[in-house]
Design a protein around this ligand. Structure first.
Ligand SMILES: Nc1ncnc2c1ncn2[C@@H]1O[C@H](COP(=O)(O)OP(=O)(O)OP(=O)(O)O)[C@@H](O)[C@H]1O
Ligand SMILES: [Mg+2]
Length: 265
């Protein structure tokens, strides 16, 4: 492959009006690599994903995908947003078909591919249901289905399982790793949950309080495939989580908009 990186962020600054949001952020994402970003609320994590997807433009610095600077919205970048963006008036099958449509998948493959994804995500029997009649976990499965239908090369996932209970969150994480090991795409995953970040990722990046900078990076060398229940008992797992936790607490205390310093997270 000509470019060793799927994405590179080079010395990016970003402001919303006069509000400085990101400062001097650099990172390089390998092909097929899974990274997570953690950091205090408001430090610019969602903004960073929007920059990579071309939804926002940096004030300074460059975003490079497959060796080319991002100017418009690049094709084959899939976004799973912090809030649920399923179409309420469309069924499970139709919501997934939106991804096929956007991904430019040939019309004659739609029915087959939708059925495949529904089976893959354990949504069989719910094809004709509307989102309002699904559980939170099922809705997130449909969102994942739409993302997969689009066949992105790069997954940008903004706290996709943040609203789910611990058990469902873990099973969605397992699902995501199964997808990732099947398709081997690059993933940037934003979360507040340190254990989730360590369980899933090859690397975890910690951002400082706003204006966000990358203040630390942890490589996660835990063996794959990962059985979460076992992985979470390893001393190395616990140590990594604790170190990241300490870093984030430090970041929260640094944040100018946090009057409480070391608060609860
Ligand atoms: N469209 C916008 N216009 C103006 N300010 C914005 C906009 N989007 C975000 N901000 C501000 O930019 C800062 C970073 O926001 P962002 O959503 O990137 O944070 P975050 O790290 O994703 O936070 P959270 O963890 O709560 O999701 C915040 O102070 C927010 O108020
Ligand atoms: Mg956010």
């Amino acid at each position: 492959m000509s470019n060793p990186h799927k994405a590179q962020i080079e010395r990016v600054d970003m402001d919303y009006g006069r509000l400085p949001v990101l400062r001097d952020v650099s990172l390089a994402l390998g092909h097929g690599e899974f990274i997570s970003i953690v950091g205090p609320s408001g430090c610019g994590k969602s903004t960073l994903l929007k920059l990579i997807s071309g939804l926002e433009r940096p004030a300074k610095g460059r975003i490079i995908l497959d060796g080319e600077e991002v100017r418009g919205t690049p094709p084959k970048v899939g976004f799973m947003f912090q809030r649920d963006t399923l179409l309420p008036w469309a069924t499970v099958a139709q919501n997934i078909a939106v991804g096929l449509e956007l991904g430019g998948i040939a019309q004659e493959r739609h029915a087959e591919r939708t059925a495949e994804l529904i089976g893959f995500l354990g949504l069989g029997g719910f094809e004709s249901n509307y989102p309002a009649t699904l559980s939170g976990g099922m809705r997130q499965r449909v969102s994942l289905g739409r993302l997969l239908a689009y066949e992105p090369d790069l997954y940008l996932m903004d706290e996709p399982f943040g609203a789910l209970d611990a058990q469902t969150k873990m099973s969605m994480g397992r699902e995501l790793l199964r997808i990732w090991s099947t398709y081997r795409r690059s993933v940037v995953f934003v979360t507040h949950d340190i254990e989730e970040a360590v369980s899933l990722s090859d690397r975890v990046l910690v951002m400082s309080g706003r204006p966000g900078r990358i203040k630390a990076e942890y490589r996660v060398d835990l063996p794959r495939p990962r059985d979460f229940r076992k992985t979470r008992l390893l001393a190395e797992f616990r140590e990594l989580c604790e170190a990241i936790w300490d870093d984030i607490m430090g970041a929260e205390a640094d944040a100018p908009d946090n009057p409480h310093g070391h608060g609860s997270y």
